[in-house]
Design a binder for this molecule. Structure first.
Ligand code: GTP
Length: 415
């Protein structure tokens, strides 16, 4: 009760415009400088059956030969019985900004005769990383924390052109509350344009049917039209149909491009007409890397942490937790906002459909009326034409114009 009382006494915030420069508007620059000095950490996990082009795509994404092609084991060699987890780290720098990139690979996923529970070592690894972070948070000295949590998991879907396979569904269902999932259709150059579109629709339908949450940029940043449009464009490409290549080939017009050369032409990795690689890179590296890190920290890790602490018997007052944890509150608000938007959209759709139907009905009616009038006018004109022709014929033959009825008898012209 004391806590609730204290919260009720929060002073009202006054809005003031300053008359002179104080300096805190420089805060974003300070944050920017500090972040650049510290560098960034990003951990990406790649999951998918072997040979789907995981190493190639990572090399293509970060334009480094981070990954060396794996030695293909001899036939009959012991390949182990479970999924292995391997990670490679590299520090890459661009325009003075340092990024410590870690790629977590999961060789063996889906490669065995029995693939039951092949998601388990992956979930264990993600949770172990959360545990390590939690342990750092609980240390006395928290100054040098390293963030090795998985910020994004790129899941490679085999380009079958059918639908998701049970192993895909199982994996995505097990992982969607633990990590930001980014599904991609691997080796999209093996499908035609229509096949890719159809396959995407089926994959999305499967994802929706199974209630799987995948990462996508928020589409309601109304305060910034450009960003909203950019996000919508990215969303429209999910699941990204990707093509990877770390070699440069010559296009028919002589340009040297990253791509794959075939007897019938060249697939350019960086050409948006050819595949969705550019949009994937835009989301993952250029526009939403921070969002991925934030979502991992504020929602996924936070949920894991809460469950873990609860299981350990650490009770928390839910309402105070929500009040004091802006991230949870924000996530809740966002969900509510999304639900409200979805409801509004459905209502608007209904009204729109109704209006369209009414309009169509009216148009149909006026079209019919128009046709009828047109027919009438045509008939009247045709009648007039016939009469005129008849008149003309009479004049030409020197016959009097009237009377018409019985004229032959009266003028003695009949037999
Ligand atoms: P593991 O290392 O065994 O897990 O395989 P991986 O998924 O990392 O595949 P990797 O990148 O080694 O590629 C396997 C083969 O597919 C190589 O011969 C690549 O050249 C080829 N490849 C990679 N990306 C593509 C692609 O987008 N399209 C096509 N057609 N082939 C690709």
């Amino acid at each position: 009760a004391a806590g609730a009382g204290a919260l009720a006494n929060v002073p009202t915030v006054l809005r003031k415009t300053l008359s002179s420069w104080v300096g805190f508007s420089n805060l974003p620059n300070q944050v920017h400088r500090r972040s650049v000095r510290r560098g960034f950490q990003f951990v990406a996990m790649v999951v998918g059956e072997s040979g789907l082009g995981k190493s190639t795509l990572i090399n293509t994404l970060f334009e480094t030969k981070l990954y060396q092609p794996k030695v293909i084991p001899d036939p009959g060699a012991d390949r182990g019985k479970t999924v292995q987890i391997e990670s490679i780290s590299a520090e890459i720098e661009e325009n003075g900004v340092r990024l410590k990139l870690t790629v977590v690979d999961t060789p063996g996923f889906g490669d065995y005769v029995n693939n039951e529970e092949c998601w388990k070592p992956i979930v264990d690894n993600i949770e172990a990383r959360y545990d390590a972070y939690l342990e750092q948070e609980n240390r006395v000295n928290r100054l040098k924390m390293t963030d090795n949590r998985v910020h994004a998991c790129i899941y490679f879907i085999q380009p079958t052109g059918h639908a998701l396979k049970p192993i895909d569904i199982e994996f995505l269902k097990r992982l969607h509350t633990k990590v930001n999932l980014i599904p991609v259709i691997a080796k999209a150059d093996t499908l035609t344009e229509e096949e890719v579109e159809l396959f995407k629709q089926r994959v999305l339908a499967d994802i929706e049917y199974h209630g799987i949450r995948i990462f996508q940029p928020p589409s309601y940043e109304k305060d910034d039209e450009e960003t909203a449009q950019e996000n919508d464009e990215i969303i429209s490409k999910i699941p990204f149909a990707v093509v990877g290549s770390d070699s440069v080939v010559q296009a028919p017009d002589g340009r040297h491009v990253r791509g794959r050369s075939y007897p019938w032409g060249v697939i350019e990795v960086d050409n948006e007409q050819h595949c969705d690689f550019v949009k994937l890179r835009q989301m993952l590296v250029r526009t939403h890397m921070e969002e991925l890190r934030e979502h991992t920290n504020d929602v996924l890790y936070e949920n894991y942490r809460t469950d873990k602490l609860r299981a350990m018997g650490v009770a928390q007052d839910e309402s105070v937790f929500k009040e004091t944890n802006p991230a949870v509150k924000q996530a809740e608000e966002r969900a509510m906002h999304e639900a409200k938007l979805a409801k509004m959209e459905a209502e608007m759709k209904m009204v729109f459909q109704q209006k369209v139907q009414e309009k169509e009905q009216k148009l149909k009616q006026s079209e019919e009326e128009l046709y009828a009038r047109h027919r009438e006018m045509k008939e009247a004109l045709e009648k007039q034409r016939l009469e005129l022709e008849d008149k003309k014929r009479r004049i030409e033959s020197g016959r009097p114009l009237t009377p018409e009825k019985g004229s032959k008898k009266r003028f003695g012209l009949g037999k």
